[in-house]
Write a protein that binds this ligand. Structure first.
Ligand code: ZN
Ligand code: ZN
Length: 403
C-alpha cells in the first residue's frame, strides 16, 4: 500500500516540525534574469555576442571574412534592431573580417576599437562602413575629465561592461611587442552578480603584465582566451589573477597556426579552468543567472557545464596609477562621423636585418626562411618577403618559429 505509506511518511514529517502545522517554503531571492554570451564558431577568428537581461546587445569582434555567411544570419537571428555596441578588439582580419557585413545587416548604435591604427585595406573599409552606418564612435579610454575612473557601460539589471585597456593617451599604447596590434587589444570585463566574463582579444604577455600593475579585480568566471590559445599569452601570473573556472578558445579546426597550443592549454588546466573550444565543439553558449554560469557547446561533448561565480568586488580596487614605464604616448584622433581619416596612431616599423620570411602558397601565415615547417612542406610554391613589415601587412607570424 504505497499510498498509505506515503501518508504515514508525510504525517511523521509534519509531526517532526516544531510548532508548525504545515511547512512553508523559505523565502528565496528572485532568480535573476539571464545574461547570455554566445561564442560563435567562426573558424579561425573571434566573434562573441553579449545579450543582457534587458536585451541590450554587444558584439565583440566579427570573425574572419569567410565566416560572413554563417555569422551574419546567426546575429540577425539573435538580435532585433541595431546592436547597441560593436567592439573591435583590434584591427586584425580574423576579428574584423565579417564585421562590416554584420553592421550593414543589422545596424549598430555605437562602435569602439582601441584607436590604434592599422594600415590594412579591410580596416579602412570597415571604418568607412562605421562612418556611414554607426552613430557614435568611441574608444575604451577613460573620460578625460575623470582619467582615474575606468570607462563602464551599463547593460541593465546591474550588468556592466568595464573597459580595462588600452587607456591611451593617458597610458601609452604598448610597443615593441611581438604584435603591437594584438598587444593593444580592447580588454573588457563583463560582470553580473557574482559572475564575470573577461574578454581579452589577442592580448600579448605585455598586455597582461601591464594590466597586472593596475589595482583591478580580474577574477572572472569565464575567460575568452587570448590569441586563440597562442603559446605566449595566458601567462601563469595573469591566469592566477583571473582564476577562470571556464575558458573559451575560439579557433578554426585544423588551423595552421597550431592553435590552441599545448603550452596555453597546460597553463589553463593548471588553474583548473574547464576548456571549451569552438574548433571541436562549435558555438559555445554561456548563460549567467548572476550566481552560476552554464556553458553549452553545440556539438561534440555537448553536456552543459555549470560553474560557480565567485564574489567579485568592484572592478577597480583603488586609484589607477598611470603607466610610467611605457613608450611615449602616441597621439590619437578618433575620426569624425563619415570619415576614416584622422587616426594618427601608427604601428611602429620593426627593424629588420636581412632575414627573409616565407609563406607557403595559400597560407595566411609567414615563417622564418629556416623554419622546419617550410622544409617539411609539400608545396614548393611560396612567397618570399625581404622585409618583415611587408610580410606582417599581408600575413600573420607563424607560432612555430615566431618570425
Ligand atoms: Zn590578432
Ligand atoms: Zn586573432
Amino acid at each position: 500500500m504505497p499510498f498509505v505509506r506515503l501518508l504515514l511518511a508525510l504525517f511523521v514529517l509534519l509531526a517532526a516540525l516544531p510548532g508548525r502545522a504545515a511547512p512553508t517554503p523559505a523565502p528565496q531571492a528572485p532568480a535573476l534574469k539571464p545574461l547570455t554570451v554566445y561564442f560563435f564558431d567562426v573558424g579561425q577568428g573571434d566573434a562573441a555576442l553579449i545579450v543582457s537581461p534587458t536585451g541590450k546587445t554587444v558584439l565583440i569582434d566579427g570573425g574572419p571574412p569567410e565566416a560572413d555567411d554563417t555569422l551574419v544570419p546567426r546575429v540577425r537571428q539573435l538580435v532585433q534592431g541595431p546592436l547597441d555596441l560593436v567592439i573591435l578588439s583590434h584591427p586584425h582580419l580574423d576579428h574584423l573580417g565579417s564585421l562590416a557585413k554584420v553592421i550593414q545587416a543589422v545596424g549598430a548604435r555605437r562602435y569602439m576599437d582601441p584607436g590604434f591604427d592599422h594600415p590594412s585595406e579591410s580596416y579602412r573599409k570597415l571604418l568607412d562602413v562605421v562612418g556611414q552606418k554607426v552613430g557614435q564612435v568611441m574608444t575604451p579610454s577613460p573620460n578625460p575629465s575623470a582619467p582615474e575612473t575606468l570607462r563602464t557601460i551599463g547593460l541593465g539589471e546591474g550588468v556592466t561592461l568595464t573597459l580595462l585597456s588600452p587607456r591611451a593617451p593617458r597610458d601609452a599604447f604598448l610597443t615593441h611587442t611581438r604584435s603591437d596590434v594584438n598587444a593593444n587589444s580592447v580588454v573588457a570585463k563583463l560582470t553580473y552578480g557574482k559572475t564575470a566574463f573577461l574578454f581579452v582579444g589577442d592580448a600579448e604577455p605585455e598586455t597582461e603584465e601591464y594590466l597586472l600593475e593596475k589595482p583591478i579585480d580580474f577574477t572572472s568566471t569565464v575567460l575568452k582566451v587570448a590569441h586563440h590559445g597562442g603559446r605566449y599569452s595566458s601567462t601563469a601570473p595573469f591566469l592566477a589573477a583571473v582564476k577562470p573556472q571556464a575558458a573559451v578558445i575560439s579557433c578554426g579546426a585544423g588551423n595552421d597556426y597550431g592553435h590552441p597550443t599545448d603550452e596555453a592549454l597546460e597553463r589553463l588546466g593548471a588553474v583548473g579552468a574547464r576548456i571549451f573550444r569552438t574548433d571541436l565543439q562549435g558555438e559555445v553558449v554561456a548563460v549567467s543567472n548572476g550566481a552560476t554560469v552554464t556553458l553549452t557547446p553545440r556539438k561534440g561533448r555537448s553536456t552543459p557545464t555549470t560553474v560557480n561565480g565567485q564574489v567579485t568586488g568592484p572592478v577597480a580596487k583603488g586609484p589607477m596609477p598611470t603607466g610610467g614605464s611605457r613608450a611615449a604616448p602616441v597621439s590619437q584622433v578618433v575620426p569624425a562621423k563619415g570619415t576614416s581619416a584622422g587616426r594618427t596612431a601608427t604601428v611602429p616599423a620593426v627593424a629588420t636585418s636581412g632575414t627573409r620570411y616565407v609563406s607557403l602558397k595559400g597560407s595566411k601565415v609567414f615563417h622564418r626562411e629556416d623554419c622546419g615547417t617550410l622544409k617539411r612542406a609539400k608545396t614548393q610554391e611560396r612567397t618570399v618577403y625581404t622585409d618583415r613589415a611587408t610580410a606582417v601587412r599581408e600575413r600573420r607570424p607563424a607560432e612555430d618559429c615566431d618570425p
